[in-house]
Design a protein around this ligand. Structure first.
Ligand code: SAM
Length: 302
């Protein structure tokens, strides 16, 4: 059977979805597809809870509490601004922008121009809608497609940022070379990613990682990422942020268990069960198994 290796490939056969690995049950696959393709609309339920009606203009400060799909809210975006020295007027590419949360916050905070690149049409569509309702179409441009095959202008960007999206890309070395080509000389990358902290010990750990990764074969270590970036011609610094991933995944799981009844009323039981399954798996990987952590990578085009 065909092995589907990246989210980019997974999105093409939505109707003819096949399978990833033998260790993942069909039931798990159904749950994961459910998460990937249907949770995007949740933002509208959340906005309603804040008192917004359909098509109301949005306050960015309200939206940023809801639209950051990576860990630890806007903190990593602030870190990117500081570590890369992103200035007013800079041109920045956001790889795997989700519904555009980090892109909008970055454009607002650093007064820069952001190209928000997103694979999934639904995420892209919602991202465009939210950006427009924030009155930010002048500073955030949305682009839909697989970043590895999207034509990027040579030396078009001053910086590239990415928050928990690079792990979905199968050929990461190719991606880094592609991004290097799109960066100006001396241009910089910040990305934050899940990293494998040790070898897999048993089938329980393997099954949890398979479920979490969905369609990928491997999760690189901090060192693997550094080596790939160096091969692509970058000078690299790496920060291990696994402690914050341990804390985040534990607290998120705890909060969702505590507020389960309210969440079921808002989003429905199936959605809440899907999210809880993902959250408990991430918590186990980062805490109980100590298999997964986080890395913050800053790279300068040499
Ligand atoms: C965990 S989400 C993070 C979204 C966003 N960075 C944020 O923090 O809010 C990862 C995103 O990367 C996108 N993605 C995955 N593979 C991609 C690819 N090859 N090209 C562009 N986007 C991709 C996914 O569709 C998803 O929206």
């Amino acid at each position: 059977m065909q092995v589907v290796r990246s989210l980019a490939r997974l999105t093409r056969p939505i109707l003819t979805f096949q399978r990833t690995k033998a260790t993942i049950s069909n039931e798990d696959h159904k749950l994961r597809q459910f998460i990937i393709y249907h949770h995007v609309e949740r933002i509208y339920t959340d906005l309603k809870e804040l008192g917004y009606r359909d098509n109301d203009p949005l306050k960015l400060a309200d939206l940023t509490t809801l639209d950051q799909w990576h860990y630890n809210g806007t903190e990593p975006v602030d870190a990117a601004i500081k570590l890369l020295g992103i200035r007013e007027g800079a041109r920045v590419l956001d790889v795997g922008s989700g519904i555009g949360g980090p892109s909008r916050y970055l454009a607002h905070k650093a007064k820069c121009h952001v190209t928000a690149s997103e694979l999934l049409p639904d995420n892209h569509r919602v991202g465009q809608d939210l950006t427009s309702r924030c009155g930010m179409t002048g500073s955030v441009k949305h682009m839909c497609g697989d970043i590895t095959t999207t034509k990027l202008g040579k030396e078009e960007f001053d910086h590239v940022v990415s928050f928990q999206a690079v792990y979905y890309v199968e050929d990461k070395l190719r991606l880094f070379r592609h991004l290097s080509n799109s960066l100006k000389p001396g241009g910089t990358i910040y990305f934050e990613e899940f990293c494998r902290l040790k070898d897999i010990k048993n089938s329980e750990e393997q099954a949890a990682l398979d479920f979490f990764l969905l369609c990928l074969n491997t999760l690189p270590t901090h060192r693997d990422y550094k080596t790939m970036l160096e091969k692509a011609g970058f000078d690299v610094t790496v920060q291990d942020i696994s402690d914050s991933y341990r804390e985040f995944t534990h607290q998120r799981w705890k909060k969702w268990v505590e507020q389960r009844d309210r969440s079921v009323r808002l989003y429905g039981e199936d959605m809440v069960n899907s999210w809880l399954k993902l959250y408990v798996t991430a918590r186990n990987l980062c805490n109980e198994f100590g298999l997964m952590g986080g890395g913050r990578f800053v790279a300068r085009k040499a």
